[in-house]
Design a binder for this molecule. Structure first.
Ligand SMILES: *Cc1c(COP(=O)(O)O)cnc(C)c1O
Length: 225
């Protein structure tokens, strides 16, 4: 058995099936830079959801992926590349500005579809990451919740790359609070996507129901292609 298959199986073994809120936890494979063969092997081993970061990479690999997994887009969205995604992405996780939401709304209307989205939160307010701050999130949500041709299904959160478990727990708990706040009166809200290879345990513990894992499934990424 090769490493990816083993990694996927081992991950399903160790991750809890449900978070403390009783919600099923989805394992999404973050597939940026991975060759098609590696992605298909992961799907063969049980992966049901895959997430891409780059629109062109997504387009180039799209038809080569086997097994019909659910497609997520988790990278920074650019208006001039949305055309590679519309009609193919099942969940846009990384809506990180009002303007990109408005653009996607317009394109979805033109295509006669409703697009499912998450609003991205940059929990540590890091300059290198996209997303809304925890503070501005409630206002942004109210602005976007009735935008035509988009359906907000929840939150995608990025935590800072930190070893400080207390800090990570505080942030993850705060984000779960925001999630519960919007879930209260909106039945569409079902996804809290939070957690990567380094922090997924803490995130699931604090109420994440979707984790996005790259390195722990595929090994360290090489970016030199
Ligand atoms: C790459 C990536 C991941 C996975 O990161 P790993 O640390 O390799 O598990 C998760 N989410 C997003 C948005 C990513 O870009």
């Amino acid at each position: 058995m090769s490493t990816i298959t083993e990694n996927v199986r081992a991950f399903y073994e160790k991750m809890p099936e449900f978070n403390p809120y009783g919600e099923k936890v989805t394992l999404l494979a973050a597939v940026k830079t991975q060759p098609v063969e590696a992605i298909n092997e992961a799907i063969e081993a049980g992966i049901t959801d895959i997430g891409d970061n780059h629109a062109q990479e997504f387009r180039d690999k799209y038809g080569l992926i086997t097994g019909n997994p659910k497609r997520h887009f988790i990278g920074h969205m650019q208006t001039n590349k949305v055309k590679y995604l519309t009609g193919k992405v099942n969940l846009y996780q990384s809506v990180d500005s009002v303007s990109i939401a408005e653009y996607l709304s317009q394109k979805s209307a033109q295509a006669g579809v409703t697009s499912d989205i998450l609003l991205e939160i940059n929990a540590g307010n890091e300059d290198t990451k996209g997303g809304f701050s925890v503070e501005e999130f409630p206002r942004i949500y109210e602005t976007l919740r009735n935008i035509p041709n988009l359906r907000i299904e929840g939150i995608m959160a990025m935590l800072p790359a930190s070893q400080d478990e207390t800090l990570l727990r505080d942030l993850a708990t705060k984000i779960r609070g925001l999630y519960d706040g919007i879930k209260k009166d909106n039945a569409d809200i079902t996804v809290l996507s939070m957690g990567m290879s380094g922090d997924w345990k803490i995130c699931v513990d604090c109420g994440s129901n979707m984790i996005r894992i790259g390195t722990a499934l595929f090994g360290k990424r090489t970016y030199n292609q």
